[in-house]
Design a protein around this ligand. Structure first.
Ligand SMILES: NC(=O)c1ccc[n+]([C@@H]2O[C@H](COP(=O)([O-])OP(=O)(O)OC[C@H]3O[C@@H](n4cnc5c(N)ncnc54)[C@H](O)[C@@H]3O)[C@@H](O)[C@H]2O)c1
Length: 316
């Protein structure tokens, strides 16, 4: 990819699920990467294979430590920041209501302010399909509104989009925002597949599912997601854009549960919960449109959510 080779990227959350895979893709594509991560949910072992590469540097640090992060930006002078660090779990914000405000909004403000003061011109940001809330139009296009998230995680993503848009407009930054479906695949450390496999390791006979299993969502393979992000970044004229990144269809939680037991513990019985949602703030039916992405010419490896899940299960 022309716009990647020879560039320097700071990747916040670079030791996380998406960040570790992205760091590998960027270094493999000829970029220099500085991964900045506080290891709150990330793991150093996910980037172990990169640690001896001269084009990769890991820095353990917190984005809420503004001075440290700003110093790093001043010293490294990246071409762009890929800002992945955040609380990744919607559920966590239910108990700690300040979590998404700090990790999603204040941390994003710190990234933007450090970019402004150090003249860093590019920011790539993964927002989420949850900003659409219980959208009435499906598949939901990027133009859908009003956006009414139903979780604090979703609220923080929408607020972060607003800050990025305003900083970009005021200070001439190039921004690329992506509303991601559920991302799965290599190095997965959280989410429904990981939860199911972890539960089956503890009890091979029963798989407890949150909700009645009818919740339907769309999925995307982590490498398709990363390649789509970089494809848009490399596309002339796409600065300031928002793209949904998703496969073509949805799959139910019940179907995923059946696929997981088929592969890992055939004798297990699935025990469903009673509600239509897995937890308060969960969305029972999300389906974002990938039309804008596909019309841009991007080619995806796995277009069906079922194939995306199969590929992710084969990574365990
Ligand atoms: N995985 C998905 O399905 C999905 C879907 C939509 C959006 N996203 C977004 O993509 C991004 C990456 O998600 P992920 O699935 O890789 O999650 P992840 O938890 O694996 O990665 C997040 C990383 O950020 C780090 N981090 C968190 N707070 C930090 C802070 N204050 N300072 C420094 N580092 C910090 C964590 O240690 C972790 O390594 C997140 O912003 C997430 O909201 C993910």
């Amino acid at each position: 990819m022309a716009k990647i080779s020879g560039k320097t990227f700071v990747v916040t959350g670079g030791a996380g699920f998406i960040g570790s895979n992205l760091s590998g893709v960027l270094v493999g594509g000829g970029s220099r990467v500085i991964a900045y991560d506080n290891l709150s949910s990330g793991k150093l072992k996910l980037v172990e294979s990169l640690l001896n590469n001269k084009n990769f540097k890991f820095v353990r640090g917190d984005l809420l430590d503004y001075n440290r992060f700003s110093r790093l930006c001043k010293n490294e002078r990246p071409d762009a920041i890929v800002h992945l660090a955040a609380n990744p779990e919607v559920k966590k914000g239910l108990k700690d209501t300040k979590l998404d405000l700090m990790q999603g909004v204040v941390a994003t403000y710190n990234v933007l302010e450090a970019s402004r003061l150090n003249d860093i011109k590019g920011i790539l940001f993964p927002s989420s399909s949850v900003v659409y809330g219980n959208a009435t139009e499906k598949p939901t296009p990027e133009t859908y509104g009003p956006l009414k998230p139903v979780s604090l995680y979703g609220a923080s993503k929408l607020a972060a989009e607003g800050y990025i848009s305003a900083f970009s407009s005021l200070y001439g930054m190039d921004s690329y925002m992506y509303r991601l479906a559920n991302v799965v695949g290599n190095n997965l450390t959280h989410g429904v597949i990981w939860d199911f496999i972890t539960k089956l390791k503890k009890d091979k006979n029963t798989l407890n599912v949150l909700g009645d299993g009818t919740q339907k969502k769309a999925y995307i393979d982590v490498f398709d997601c990363i390649n789509a992000m970089l494809y848009i970044y490399s596309k002339p004229g796409s600065s300031g854009s928002i793209y949904n990144i998703s496969s073509d269809d949805q799959i139910s939680v019940g179907s995923i549960a059946r696929m997981v037991i088929e592969r890992f513990s055939r004798k297990a019985r699935i025990r469903y919960g009673s509600g239509k949602t897995g937890w308060n703030g969960d969305l029972p039916n999300t389906f974002i449109s990938n039309r804008k992405l596909m019309d841009s010419g991007f080619k995806m490896r796995y277009r069906k959510s079922k194939d995306v899940i199969e590929a992710a299960l084969s990574c365990f």
